[in-house]
Ligand binder design. Structure first.
Ligand code: HGY
Ligand code: MN
Ligand code: MN
Length: 423
């Protein structure tokens, strides 16, 4: 019989807290793409996996991978995991919980072999913090870690390629990181990172689709000058122009969200030059993040916000440039897999609530190659990307029970075991 117990949940919580201590910063959790603390993370997760007889490797894209064998050597495999990188000043559960729950399911099997193997993956980069490009690890699994991405540079001018080499990885072996044909599906547990499940009083959610997201960089360029001697009517203040646009972004998104429920737009990064108290800013560089479940709504919103930036720049005689960093289409999860998850949720006494994810996830990349689905856990307070991010032990217990039930269902499902990979 499969076992799930409260102490399994406590173990998951403790393990997430352990990984949260592996940080680039003395205070708070920051673990960006292949930074030194990622070695500690790999060592720790590998120890947990070794305890269930799974040896691990790090693929050429920095993904930690380990296979729990199936009943036969040629058994196909279920891929399960999430990302091990974090945002700055992160919580302890975003991404990490998906890896620790995958390990907990292997422990729950207690050595039992299923008709499929289970590959646990700790993905190297989902947030896009270091290079402004998310999903580096999962893009390698679907064969899209290309030269354009490898040549991207971080704030120190280090390329993705160099970061891989500095981590001791064989860049020439990136093609081998790609998933082969016997991966049946990808399952990712993740915190919801929003208020929906808490609002409904549900522990778990079955993700039906992941909203599309656009990430852009805008630069307003004016004229740096002396703050004391330059009269107001002679200024070309880049930051004032950017500030006017930031408020316009918020207003436009509020109006659009009224018409197309669920639209969100955020300016999260602002970099000002020369950045001195007594200098009129000559340059303001900022980010834009726009999301919606409908690609058409999202794309129209981006067009509108670019136009507003151009109008403001023109009126203020500023120069404007913009760069698309990510244009990620909305992705539907695999209907068969979502139905199996909903059934497993029901069987363990959870409301089989289906929902759309406003946050992006590696599952949207892996879905290009294998059927993918996600199980959300309630986020108390709806807060994420912050140290106050948390998850309830009781919901973890339910997630483990749901996962074990799902494995049982998949082990008995001819449809699942005979799935073929998408072309
Ligand atoms: O930004 C996101 O949607 C995810 O948390 N990386
Ligand atoms: Mn995140
Ligand atoms: Mn995440």
């Amino acid at each position: 019989m499969l076992t799930t117990s409260v102490n399994a949940a406590e173990k998951v919580l403790a393990r997430c807290q352990t990984l949260a201590r592996f940080s680039e910063d003395r205070e708070g959790t920051r673990r960006t793409f292949l930074s030194p603390p990622m070695h500690d993370c790999h060592r720790e997760v590998s120890q947990w996996l070794a305890e269930v007889g799974v040896s691990t490797r790090v693929d050429a894209a920095g993904n930690l991978r380990g296979i729990y064998p199936g009943a036969t050597p040629d058994a196909p495999r279920l891929l399960m995991g999430s990302h091990l990188d974090t945002v700055p000043n992160a919580g302890a559960y975003d991404g990490i919980l998906g890896v620790t729950l995958a390990v907990a399911l292997l422990e729950g099997l207690e050595g039992r072999r299923l008709p499929f193997a289970i590959e646990v993956v700790g993905l190297s980069e989902e947030e896009g913090v270091r290079f402004g490009r998310p999903f580096i690890g999962s893009r390698a699994l679907v064969g899209r870690l290309d030269d354009e991405l490898l040549d991207c540079r971080d704030a120190q001018g280090i390329s993705v390629r160099r970061a891989l080499e500095d981590f001791g990885l064989p860049v020439n072996e990136i093609p081998q990181a790609r998933l082969d044909a016997d991966v049946l599906s990808y399952l990712e547990f993740h915190i919801e990172q929003g208020p929906v499940l808490e609002d409904l009083g549900f522990a778990l959610g079955a993700v039906e689709a992941i909203a599309g997201q656009s990430r852009l960089e805008f630069t307003f360029a004016g004229r740096a000058n002396h703050a004391g001697t330059t009269p107001m009517h002679l200024r070309h203040d880049a930051l004032a122009g950017a500030a006017e646009w930031i408020v316009a972004v918020e207003k436009a998104a509020e109006v659009a969200a009224g018409a197309s429920k669920g639209l969100v737009a955020t300016v999260g990064v602002l970099d000002v030059k020369p950045g001195a108290v007594n200098c009129i800013p000559g340059q303001a560089r900022l980010s834009l993040d726009v999301r919606h479940a409908s690609d058409e709504v999202r794309e129209n919103a981006v067009k509108d916000l670019v136009q507003r930036a151009q109008e403001i720049a023109q009126r203020r005689e500023l120069r404007l440039s913009s760069k698309m960093l990510l244009d990620q289409r909305a992705v539907a999860m695999d209907t068969f897999f979502v139905a199996q998850i909903a059934e497993a949720m029901r069987k363990v006494g959870c409301a089989p609530h289906r929902m759309v994810s406003g946050a992006g996830h590696d599952a949207m990349i892996l879905a290009e190659q294998v059927p993918a689905a996600m199980i959300f856990l309630r986020t108390p307070g709806g807060v994420s990307h912050d140290p106050s991010e948390t998850v309830r032990a009781g919901d973890i217990t339910k997630a483990i029970a749901c996962g074990m039930q799902l494995l049982e269902q998949l082990a008995g499902s001819r449809e699942f075991l005979t799935r073929t990979r998408r072309a």
